[in-house]
Design a protein. Sequence first.
Length: 350
Amino acid sequence: MTPMGLARAAKGAAKRTMVASLATTGALAAWTSVKLRRRPIVLTYHRVLAPAAVDQSWSHPAIIVTQPTFAMHMRLLRREFNVISLDEFVARIESHRPFDPNSCLVTFDDGWRDTYDEAWPILQECRIPAVVFLSTGFIGTARMFWQEEIGAALVDAWRRARADEAFRRRAQAQLAEHGLDGMLAADESSSRATALTMVRDVKGRMVDTRPIVDALRALNGAPARTPVDAFMDWDQVEEMYAGGVAFGGHGVSHRLLPALSTGEARDEVTQSRQDIEARLGAGVRAFAYPNGDWNADVAEAVRDAGYAVAFGTAEGPVDAGDRYALRRVNMHEGPTAHPSMFLARVAGVI
Ligand SMILES: [Zn+2]
């Protein structure tokens, strides 16, 4: 381990010891509230899955919590926090009114079917208002997100290449054009993990992913969609809206906005707002950047489209002065499966 790695490990161990001792004295919730002071915290969820469904999904583990963990989070929020609605959140930002202590907003990105099936009953039971950011091109369709499609297609190609040498040569050449040929070197036990890591790498490149999806479809055909990776339909959106859930824009195609031309990025931002407003007959106030990626042009497009606020994925409590770059805290299973870990993550310790 490098000296830097050792220092990081020591810091991580010290934080875990601190969290454990605060948890045993029951002081963690009080300490969390001191740490946050009057800065609201915005939690980001994507997928809420039954434990048995996790391995069937092509979503990266960094966007998944299991249903029992999510239920624990919501019960703790109800008990320890002042959970507010999007309307109240926006009203306070717009009027520069300070937030009450321990204010918290719960958000979901994308519009997955499990937001309706798994999360919505728990939100109702705990009386938690929430906002769901929709990538409108997927709602009510059988389409897959490019992230999940690339992951599934890479494993399809890997499997077929093992049995067909001519296909392997063709796949090698075509995947190499997109820097993905390392997939073919994966072994049985690591094919899924390798594919998920490669999708993560593709995200980090900040390129338009349509050519990669097209190349994989030309090679393989479209992969079969796993039922667990389905999206909500508009009837479910309407039902949740009638039950008090707010909806916000998240683009149409979920492509990374800074990777697109200015015109395309503006269309994505504006169209997702219009799609939701046409369906719900109400104004849409908030936007979440797909993958949290934005730049000055994108933020300007969001403001021009009439959104009042926009959320990224940079972590930490909200700085109310940054209306179009609001911070959130991403929730996934690993660091939040225990109540004390969840509270420590909310407070930005882990
Ligand atoms: Zn998203």
